[in-house]
Design a protein around this ligand. Structure first.
Ligand code: FPP
Length: 187
């Protein structure tokens, strides 16, 4: 993190993506349960969010839970769901005060109704914020996103010749995120 203006990098990315990884190894190497690693990894998110805001980065995507992660032991899966819920309960107001808009990318259906409701309320609560868009990829899969987009295009009766780069963007989970050309001062 820059200590003063002269250290500010000249090229700032519009969007940074972070894949949460190594939580389990971090915990095991300390003789702790894997969930302790997931909690510690989550603590780091706060610093990442603050750093993105300091640098003027517009989008931060955190890949937290893939569609494949359902194959982990039940105790770990339930613990991860709980950690995400706790983050919303504990941090939402402060994140919103910092100007963070929370968005969920991934499939909400398939998650328990109370969880879906909490995530949707958090998204709704912060939708007016403009400083940093925080995409949480939870129950997300790249192929699954394509499947969802195609299903919805077919449902909407989109003709093959109408499928363009711009249209596909409107069917992705990130729909509504402004293109890079709208951020000409950023990289
Ligand atoms: C990767 O570490 C981490 C995960 C698969 C889960 C991360 C998700 C959370 C901590 C849930 C909370 C989410 C938010 C957004 C607050 P790993 O277990 O694959 O680590 P390893 O490679 O060392 O085994």
């Amino acid at each position: 993190m820059p200590q003063n203006k002269t250290e500010q990098p000249t090229k700032i990315p519009v969007h940074i993506g972070i894949i949460m990884d190594g939580n389990g190894r971090w915990a095991i190497s300390r003789g702790l349960p894997r969930l302790a690693g997931h909690r510690a990894g989550t603590e780091n998110l706060r610093r990442m969010i603050e750093a993105c805001i300091d640098f003027g980065i517009r989008y931060l995507t955190i890949y937290a839970f893939s569609t494949e992660n359902w194959g982990r032991p039940q105790e770990e899966v339930q613990g991860l769901l709980k950690i995400f819920e706790n983050v919303i309960d504990r941090e939402l107001q402060e994140l919103s005060d910092m100007g963070v808009q929370l968005r969920h990318i991934g499939r909400l259906d398939g998650l328990k109704p109370s969880f879906q409701k909490k995530v949707m309320q958090a998204v709704d609560f912060t939708h007016h914020n403009q400083r940093l868009t925080l995409n949480i990829a939870f129950n997300y899969g790249g192929r699954d996103e394509i499947v969802c987009a195609i299903q919805n295009m077919i449902r909407d009766g989109v003709k093959p010749e109408a499928v363009t780069d711009e249209l596909v963007g409107r069917y992705l989970f990130t729909a509504g995120a402004r293109p890079r050309s709208d951020h000409s001062h950023l990289w």
